[in-house]
Each structure stands twice: as C-alpha cells, then as structure tokens.
Design a protein around this ligand. Structure first.
Ligand code: NAD
Length: 485
C-alpha cells in the first residue's frame, strides 16, 4: 500500500493544512491501493500565493527562453528515466493497460521536449510596421495559470498544460484529477529534480470542489481545463464572469467515415485502437462508425472480428488491450448507455455485458451496436467507454459527411479509404479540430482541440504556446525601431 503524506506547494513538499487522507481504489481489484493527502482550499491559497510571488518577481518569466527550455528538457529527462514508476502509478490508479501507460510517459516527455524546442525559436518580440508608425509586438506570459486536467490520460494531460505554460513564462498551480494522484505526485518529484525556481510549480491533486475554488481564485490569471462539456461550461461561465483567460478541452463524439473502397484490415486495426484503446476512455475516440450500406456486413464483420480478439483483463499483463473502466461510477455510466441503446432499438453485434472471466474490477466488454440511427442517445451523447455505434449510409459521400457533422461536438474524426486524396478532401469538410486518415493519429507538437461543444482554444504546437501569452504593442519612433531591429 502506497502512502503519500505531502503536497507539492511552491516547489517544496509540505504537509497539508488540514490533515486528512483520501483513498485511491484500484479499478482492477476494487481494493484501496494508496492513500494521499486531501487538498483543502487553504493549500490552494498557499500554492497560488507562491505562484503569484514567483510570477511577479520575474524569477521565471524574466529568464531567457533558453533557460526555461533547458528546464523543460531536464524535466523530460526525469520522466524518461522513471518510465516504469510512472507507468505503474497510471495503471494502478486508473486501470490503463501497461501497453498504454508506458508509451504515455514517453509521449509526455516528447511533449515537453517539443515545448522546449518551440520556445527556443519563438519570436517574443517582433518589430512590425503599423499603418502610421513602427511598433514592437511583445508576447508576454499571462501570469499564474491553474491547470485542471481529466483523469483518463492523467500524466499526458498534466504535461500538455504545464509544458507550454512554463515555456511561456507562466507560473503553474496544477490540480490533477482526484482519481489519478500518484502519477501527479511523481511528476512533482520530477519537477523538483529538474530544478525550477521556488514558487513556479505546485501540484495539488483534488476533486471538483478544489477545481472550482482554484478557478474562482482572484490571483489566478488563466485556467487551462480538460474535462466534460458540463464542467467545461461551468468553468467557462466562471472565467467569463471574471474575464479570466481560459482554454477548454472537452468531450467528443467523433465519427469515422468508411468509404466503399476502404481496406478491411486497415479499418479493423484503426477501430480496435481508435475506439477501444484505454477501454474507450478517450476524448477523441471514434464512437460513431459511418458505413456504406452496400458493404455494411463486410465492414461490420471485420470490425467485430477484431473486437473479439481484444484481450480484456489485468492491466498489468503485457498482453492486455482493455483494462477496467476508471471507476465504479464510470462503469455505471457506460452500462446505462448500453441499456439506452437497446431500449432505442439498436442491436448488439458484440459485447454489451461484463466479461465472464473477471470476477472483480470495473470491466465492461468491448461493445459494438449496429442498426444505430444518428438521432439515438448512443450516437449523440459521450459515453466515454468501449462502445461503438455503427450508422449506415446510402453510399453517397455527401450523406456520410452530413451524418458526421450532425453532432453537438467536434473534436476528432476520420475517413477510411484507399484513396487518400479523397479522404483528405472529406477531412477538410468535417467540423472538428483534428482529423485522421486510415487510422487513429496522435501527434504532439501540432494543435489539438475542439470545434463546437468540444472546447475553446487549442493545446500543443505554436497555438498551444500562444494561449499562455498576452500580446502587448509598444509604439515606437522610427529611430527607436531602427535601433531595436
Ligand atoms: P470532469 O469534467 O468531471 O472533470 C475534469 C476535471 O475538472 C477534474 O480534474 C475535476 O476534478 C475537475 N472539476 C470537476 N468539477 C469542477 C468544477 N466545478 N470546477 C473546476 N474543476 C472541476 O471530467 P472527467 O470525468 O474527469 O473526464 C472525462 C471528460 O474529459 C470526458 O468528457 C472527456 O471527453 C474529457 N476529456 C477531454 C479531453 C480533450 O483534450 N478534449 C481529453 C481528455 C478528456
């Protein structure tokens, strides 16, 4: 049993103000595997005060970009040196199979290195010509940033926020999800080892109450949030009222369109990964499969055969592809959607129940529904589990595009086709922030985010960095512009 007693506040390990512990339950065994300190508002106050002082003193923001980049590279190195520990913590808390939690650590390190490379090249000061006079356009860090990620890819999401915020020169108070505190506290150890000035980073795992307190904190200048649409609306409303900067990375209901010339093997492999990895607990997972009627059975048979091959079980087993869902509440939610699908007239092609060979743990079988209409709840609402809805179309590309775009959300999408140029043309017409061709693509360093209810703003790449920067114009005389150029 792992016992952690301290929080990472302003770059130091501190006992929480209110002494109380929270249990961490393994979703695979349903047993308590760790206890961690419960963050209270008083801890948040201390962390925000440290972040405010560090920002206002310029201990971090005024450093040359190269120094900030070097610190991010050191942090990436710490992650790479401790892959096994991080992977174990992620798998223990949320049941992600080790074949995913290990790569998640490398991906997180890649994100940090990509932020470091970006900031080395970024033109923080540009001399430009306005209509009348020259001016210098300065990019300055926003200030104290609160980062609030979801639990489903906890380390990666912490880093997707913290990396660019720190690269930009902001100070950070991170509130990782209460369900995934162990990898967050390991990240704090890595931050400590990498060496950041006092006050620059705090890491306080906690629940929604702590998140809401942080969002409302008057000394927080910006909120970088990842989570559900419902919570995102609350965070957005609060930030709007306070005129506080915010980015929102929210849910998805992404459609994969299958064209009649799609390759069966490519489709099956793309759906196995894109719909069922992490037990479908992926914001950008393909949850609707839009299939031409003429080849419906061929495509469904290929997908179902691939789904039957997916190993469901102990997430610490290297062969496991699907572990349990992240919590009992998450399993309840997924099972309620499976019931809703049946009640609305969809048909199960595979799955729908709990795996018979597993007596404990929050497992649900990988499930494929056919005969789904895009108006059904299972086609419209985010399930966040291993459930795929197959929606037939009459073969016309226009109809497939219309069904894909008929969603309140717009995070990701895909086309499967032998004709990549045609797939690309379709991709340009889908109203989503990211799009894949013939697979499920993950690519740190380029923008990620949502259209419509899937969010506001972008993470990653130059757009991600810019969201942590304010823009200031300093009007110049011709002489001063020449001197500065
Ligand atoms: P959630 O909205 O319940 O919680 C997300 C985070 O917000 C957690 O850290 C939580 O503690 C905190 N929180 C909860 N209530 C809050 C409040 N009132 N104010 C401030 N913070 C609050 O979501 P979840 O169940 O943790 O995660 C699943 C959701 O996240 C899914 O909808 C999924 O699609 C989405 N997600 C989106 C992305 C993306 O990049 N777009 C990535 C991963 C997950």
């Amino acid at each position: 049993m792992i016992e952690r007693k301290e929080l990472f506040i302003g770059g130091r390990w501190e006992a929480p103000v209110v002494s109380a512990q929270t249990d961490v339950i393994s979703p695979a065994t349903e047993e308590v595997v760790a206890t961690v300190p419960a963050t209270s508002p008083a801890d948040v106050d201390r962390a925000v005060a440290a972040a405010r002082t560090a920002f206002d003193d310029g201990a971090w923001s005024a450093l040359p970009a190269e120094d900030r980049a070097a610190a991010l590279d050191r942090l990436a190195g710490e992650l790479e040196a401790r892959v096994a520990e991080f992977s174990h913590a992620i798998t223990l808390c949320m049941g992600a199979p080790v074949q995913l939690s290990g790569p998640q650590v490398f991906l997180a390190a890649m994100v940090l290195r990509s932020d470091a490379a970006l900031v080395r090249e970024f033109p923080f000061t540009e001399i430009r010509r306005g209509a009348l006079l020259p001016a210098s356009v300065e990019h300055e860090p926003v200030g104290v940033v609160a980062t609030i990620p979801a639990w489903n890819g906890s380390l990666l999401m912490n880093v997707l926020k913290m990396g660019p915020a720190l690269a930009a020169g902001c100070t950070v108070v991170a509130k990782p999800a209460a369900q995934a505190p162990l990898d967050a506290l390991l990240l704090a150890e890595a931050v400590e080892a990498a060496g950041f000035p006092d006050g620059v980073v705090s890491i306080l795992p906690g629940g929604g109450d702590i998140g809401a307190y942080l969002v409302e904190h008057p000394d927080v200048d910006m909120v970088s949030f990842t989570g559900s649409v419902a919570t995102g609306r609350q965070v957005g409303e609060s930030c709007g009222r306070q005129l506080k900067r915010c980015t929102l990375e929210l849910g998805g209901k992404s459609a994969a369109i299958v064209l009649d010339d799609a390759h069966l093997g490519t489709l099956a492999a793309g759906i196995a990964m894109g719909s069922f990895a992490n037990s479908g607990q992926m914001c950008n997972g393909f949850t609707r499969l839009i299939v031409p009627e003429a080849r419906h059975d061929d495509f469904v048979d290929a997908v179902v055969a691939a789904v039957r091959q997916l190993a469901v079980g102990d997430p610490f087993d290297e062969a496991t592809m699907l572990g349990p869902l992240g919590s009992a509440a998450q399993r309840d939610r997924v099972e309620s959607y499976i019931r809703a699908g049946l009640e609305e007239g969809a048909t199960l092609a595979v799955g729908g129940g709990r795996p018979e060979h597993l007596e404990r743990g929050y497992y649900v079988e990988p499930t494929v529904f056919v005969n789904v209409d895009n108006s059904m709840r299972i086609a419209r609402e985010e399930i966040f589990g291993p459930v795929l809805s197959v929606i037939p179309y009459d073969g016309s590309e226009e109809v497939a595009i219309r069904i894909a775009n008929d969603s309140e959300m717009g995070l990701h999408g895909a086309v499967f086709s032998a004709d990549e140029a045609r797939a690309y043309r379709i991709g340009r017409r889908i109203r989503t922030g990211t799009f894949s061709i013939n697979g499920f693509s993950v690519n740190p360093g380029v923008p990620f985010g949502g259209y419509k209810d899937s969010g506001l703003g972008r993470e990653s790449g130059i757009e991600g960095l810019k969201s942590f920067l304010e823009v200031k114009t300093i009007h110049l005389t011709e002489d001063l512009a020449t001197e500065l150029s």
